[in-house]
Design a protein around this ligand. Structure first.
Ligand code: NAD
Ligand code: IPM
Ligand code: MN
Length: 337
């Protein structure tokens, strides 16, 4: 029986980069069935909802979800927004652990972002006087499960963990710090430190090579992961894996729908292809193929750079280069056997 891979193209450059990932996936020696489903703004246009029930059902039934990007100016003023579909999907699948690796040269770090709580999911509204509010809420159990993920990941890497918060101001951050300190004795082999998000943002820019694993709440992780991407070559390169305790993970680039690039053929599909590599590793447990694909993407960055990298390769030409490199790879035949 083939494994079902739910593919959600979404909006803007989402479908353009996802198409390259599907080409590569279908070329790989894995028994998968790709199902494309409406999501985001495209789904709002077709059905009125960003996450139609059929799309969510297919995602739940899948081995893994591969997602392009959602959003765009067309839907920014509507009552229903594409981004609500993305948040709804993450919450429905309870993929609370969002791993966002950033590597380049001697920089090799991973941001472990809490993905289904905090400010993006708290109570919100408008008071009679016109005041608008969003609230940041966390239960200690929600903090504990993501913090454990951070420690576990650090344990398998350079054994260094930074927990990022704003404990000098926020009660949620003070609770976060307390939970981290309660869990830390279970990981005596991991060097832990706490950092405040504002100065840590500076550290991430100034000394990224000193950072191994970062664990942080939803909004801080959202912002810091774009910073980490910028430090390591740009959003065109940054991939992510969103994992729960069971069930399908969601694999998507860190970048958005890039309305400024949509339709030009200039989008860099590397972030999407690296997200496919994360799917191979975490979703299909084929770390061998993930490694081969990651190498082929690295080779294409040199042989077919897209405009964001100073080259002039198109999205499709980059995909062609990855496929050509995969076919050449010696390791590839080994992986096949
Ligand atoms: P963005 O990430 O779409 O783009 C930021 C900048 O990076 C733009 O200049 C863009 O051209 C560039 N860029 C992004 N991806 C690129 C790629 N693959 N290759 C080359 N350049 C790339 O962020 P934005 O412009 O702030 O947001 C646009 C829309 O995307 C918004 O509607 C936002 O809500 C949405 N968004 C969606 C996701 C997602 O679906 N996961 C993530 C972030 C933003
Ligand atoms: C991301 C995006 C999303 C987020 C938006 C589009 C809801 O910025 O994946 O980083 O905030 O998580
Ligand atoms: Mn973001």
């Amino acid at each position: 029986m083939p494994e079902l891979i739910a593919c959600l193209p979404g909006d803007g450059i989402g479908p353009e980069v996802l198409e390259q990932a599907v080409r590569v996936l279908e070329h790989l020696p894995v028994d998968v069935e790709v199902v494309r489903l409406p999501f985001g703004g495209a789904a709002i246009d077709a059905t009125g909802e960003p996450l139609p029930a059929e799309t969510l059902a297919a995602c739940r039934a899948s081995r893994a979800v591969l997602l392009g990007a959602v959003g765009g100016p067309r839907w920014d003023s509507g009552a229903v927004r594409p981004e609500q579909g993305l948040l709804g999907l993450r919450r429905a699948l309870d993929v609370y652990a969002n791993l966002r690796p950033a590597t380049q040269g001697d920089v090799d770090l991973v941001i472990v972002r809490e993905l289904v709580g905090g400010l993006y999911f708290g109570a919100r509204g408008v008071r009679d006087d016109g005041t608008v509010f969003d609230t940041c809420e966390y239960h200690p159990d929600e903090v504990a499960r993501i913090v454990r993920r951070g420690f576990e990941l650090a344990r398998g890497r350079r054994r260094s963990l930074v927990s990022v918060d704003k404990a000098n101001v926020l009660d949620t951050s003070r609770m976060w710090r307390r939970v981290v300190d309660e869990i830390a004795p279970g990981y005596p082999d991991v060097a832990l430190r706490h950092a405040l998000v504002d100065s840590f943002a500076m550290e991430l820019v100034n000394a990224p090579e000193t950072i191994d694993v970062v664990v942080t709440e939803n909004m801080f992780g959202d912002i810091l992961s774009d910073v980490a991407a910028a430090v390591t070559g740009g959003l065109g390169l940054a991939a992510s894996a969103s994992l729960g305790d069971a069930g399908p993970g969601v694999f998507e680039p860190v970048h958005g729908s890039a309305p400024d690039l949509a339709g030009t053929g200039a989008a860099n599909p590397a972030a999407m292809l690296r997200s496919l590599a994360l799917l191979l590793e975490h979703g299909l447990h084929r770390g061998d193929l993930a490694g081969v694909l990651a190498e082929s993407v690295d080779a294409a960055l040199v042989s077919a750079p897209t405009p964001d990298l100073g080259g002039n390769a198109t999205t499709k030409a980059f995909g062609d280069a990855v496929l050509a490199s995969l076919t050449k790879e010696e390791a590839w035949t080994t992986a096949l056997s």
